[in-house]
Design a binder for this molecule. Structure first.
Ligand SMILES: Nc1ncnc2c1ncn2[C@@H]1O[C@H](COP(=O)(O)OP(=O)(O)OP(=O)(O)O)[C@@H](O)[C@H]1O
Ligand SMILES: [Mg+2]
Length: 358
């Protein structure tokens, strides 16, 4: 996938913006505070339907405006298509693809393969397990659209069981009702675990290769799913812990407690990795997923890379540019054009909330 043009109204610092993007490695260059990250965020918002930077999305609406609108002209394997996302905080987003309303924002994830690096996403490596689970589940949906409901179905079953646990605790419902929900949760959990395992096992060899290419020492297993109980094992565990679950009003076992262990040369990157190593891991995960998308869906994803060159030394920066230059399109921000090592096929200049293809 690549983006031919992006248009926005009242998005972050942009009152109005309309930029064309060339193929290949496109630099977005400008001083601090000019609007580079905002432009990357806007492209992502317009085709994936959410901000990769914040979960408080009302922040993306320009100060003084009530509503924002983003349009992206994308080229997919199947041909050109325009997506449009309109957003007024407090209301559901309005999404259209090729002029037809899209039922759910989540559907965009599988339609537009776009992968993004932003420094905020380093939390995926450094932060709590919930972020890594969310990443796994999004990757599952992007790769295998037929499994789109698998993570959501588990989430719904968990909410229902927890709700019933609290009603049982309040003596407003009988504990017998939990039998049915234990079964639903165990089955949905089994499907979710299978999807996550499939994803992780396929990511490992690609991640190993990508980390090596970026100058790292991946070791044999740079990524491992630390799975909690699921399927029949979960059914037993839920029965055994029912009383405790009722007391707590929440479910103490299941895939909602899974984590992903990330390591280089056998060392836990989350605890011991340097800034540069954590960055390399995030980038390695993105590129490994990109490789998997290319294989499973025959489509190279669009890469959006915000401030990715920072904290890499010159050698590793060159390796990084080599790796991303092989995509149909990679859009990279930097304050300094020299960081792009003369490799950019085109440059978009940004200053003071104005962006222009140079
Ligand atoms: N909702 C908003 N409305 C108006 N301006 C905003 C909004 N959100 C952020 N800004 C401003 O937009 C400007 C551009 O921010 P952005 O993060 O895109 O800059 P940048 O070019 O990536 O800078 P840096 O090089 O420091 O990363 C900043 O001055 C920021 O304060
Ligand atoms: Mg920025």
């Amino acid at each position: 996938m690549r983006v031919a043009a992006a248009r926005g109204t009242a998005f972050r610092c942009y009152a109005r913006v309309d930029v064309a993007f060339a193929e290949g490695l496109v630099g977005v260059v400008g001083p601090n505070g000019a609007g580079k990250t905002s432009l990357i965020e806007m492209i992502h918002f317009g085709c994936a339907g959410y901000s990769p930077r914040t979960s408080t999305e009302s922040q993306v609406v320009r100060f003084g405006s009530e509503v924002t609108r983003v349009e992206v002209d994308a080229h997919l394997r199947g041909g050109p298509v325009t997506s449009e996302v309109g957003f007024r905080p407090g209301e559901p987003k309005r999404v259209t693809v090729a002029g037809a309303p899209e039922r759910s924002v989540a559907a965009l994830l599988a339609r537009f393969p776009v992968l993004v690096f932003t420094p905020d996403r380093l939390r995926l490596v450094q932060g709590p397990p919930a972020l890594r689970r969310a990443w796994l589940d999004r990757a599952v949906v992007r790769l295998w659209p037929a499994l789109a409901d698998v993570p959501a179905a588990y989430g719904r079953a968990l909410v229902q069981r927890n709700h019933l646990l609290r009603r049982v605790r309040a003596r407003a419902a009988s504990a017998d009702g939990l039998d049915a929900w234990d079964g639903v949760l165990a089955t949905a959990g089994g499907e979710l675990l299978a999807a996550r395992e499939r994803l992780c096992s396929r990511l490992v060899p690609r991640l190993r290769e990508r980390l090596g290419e970026l100058g790292g020492e991946p070791g044999d297993v740079p990524l491992a799913l630390a799975a909690n109980a699921a399927g029949p094992e979960l059914l037993e565990a839920l029965a055994a812990s029912r009383r405790r679950d009722v007391d707590r009003g929440s479910t103490g076992r299941g895939p909602h407690l899974d984590d992903v262990e990330l390591s280089e040369a056998g060392r836990d990157i989350r605890r011991y990795g340097s800034q540069g190593e954590q960055r390399r891991m995030l980038l390695g995960l993105i590129l490994a997923e990109a490789d998997l998308l290319a294989e499973e869906r025959d489509e190279l994803p669009l890469l959006l890379l915000d401030d990715v060159t920072g904290e890499f030394d010159a050698h590793r920066r060159a390796l990084l540019l080599d790796a991303v230059a092989r995509f149909d399109q990679a859009i990279l921000t930097s304050t300094d054009e020299a960081d792009l090592g003369g490799r950019a096929t085109a440059v978009v200049r940004v200053s003071d909330g104005v962006a222009r293809a140079a």
